[in-house]
Write a protein that binds this ligand. Structure first.
Ligand SMILES: [Ca+2]
Length: 301
């Protein structure tokens, strides 16, 4: 009996520790040292280029940098980033910045050389893809973020998780301008058993600072193809979605806020309780697009 109790205790302790790694990851995401050139400290609210049309969609900054989206129905999205290739680390419309080189999560060096923009992706008919890679056998990953912060509304990404074991890859929101304390996370841990499954997977949702978390089962392997993941943030509530359908919701006092936050994506490695690794070969996560609908109160169709 004692042994059983001890096991139960250890087991729950491990779980708590695993979930507990999430906050430290993003909190250590802190202001990149490369901020000198782009003034990260005030990126959220100081009139950086991306700020201009974002709150109400009037300037729809997505339009300018995405030549191919004119023919698409973006349903009035405030941001619609297709990831058609640009040169340099900052997107031409001033909305996005590929981060680094800087040392972030768990001592990972986040290196723009490991972020790549391509026009096409095998088997996909849409255009523009962002690949974030974790380098084999190293604590070396990649990251992108918006330069401005955004508030209530619907956030969604279309992405294909890395099929290589040993990384954490993500789509998340973190409070501007100081990278916390509020944070809403969608994360995939490729050291989990589903990585070798043909038809199942898991996605982790976490909100901070409360640390509330939930792991949702997926009826597909998220590394086998592109799917949409999102969250609808309204006052006091957040509803996470998979392929446009409600997946899990949280209510929390921290969700009732006028805070704005950066939209971020990264791929990193080396935490045994949160993704494992480093991977034994390069691990790449691919993002097709990101959309944000400012002030949305329902999941856009
Ligand atoms: Ca695209």
């Amino acid at each position: 009996m004692k042994a059983l109790l001890l096991l139960a205790f250890v087991s729950s302790g491990l779980l708590a520790s695993g979930c507990g790694e999430t906050p430290s990851r993003a909190k250590t995401d802190g202001p990149p040292p490369d901020a000198g050139s782009t003034t990260t400290g005030d990126a959220g609210d100081s009139g950086t280029p991306g700020d201009s049309g974002t709150p109400d969609g009037s300037g729809t900054p997505d339009g300018s940098g995405t030549p191919d989206d004119s023919g698409m129905n973006d349903s009035g999205a405030t941001i619609y980033e297709e990831f058609n290739p640009w040169s340099g680390n900052t997107s031409p419309d001033g909305v996005w910045r590929i981060a680094g080189v800087w040392t972030g999560t768990g001592g990972n060096v986040l290196d723009p050389a490991l972020a790549a923009l391509t026009s096409t992706y095998p088997g996909e008919s849409s255009s523009g893809f962002l690949s974030l890679t974790v380098q084999a056998n190293q604590l070396r990953g990649s990251e992108i973020q918006t330069i401005a912060g955004y508030g209530y509304g619907y956030y969604e990404v279309r992405m294909k998780v890395s099929p290589t074991a040993g990384i954490c890859d993500s789509f998340f929101w973190i409070e501007a301008p100081s990278y916390g304390s509020r944070e809403w996370d969608i994360e995939f841990l490729t050291n989990e058993p589903w990585i070798s499954s043909s038809n199942s997977g898991k996605v982790h949702y976490t909100i901070h600072p409360s640390g509330k978390s939930y792991t949702a089962d997926l009826p597909f392997n998220p590394s086998a193809g592109f799917h949409r993941y999102g969250f609808l943030w309204t006052p006091g509530k957040i509803e996470f979605t998979v392929d446009g359908q409600p997946s899990h919701s949280f209510t929390d006092a921290a969700l009732n806020s006028s805070a704005t936050g950066f939209i971020m994506m990264n791929a990193w490695t080396g935490n045994p309780n949160w993704g494992g690794g480093p991977p034994t070969q390069n691990a790449t996560t691919v993002y097709d697009w990101v959309k944000f609908y400012a002030g949305a109160t329902s999941i856009p169709k």
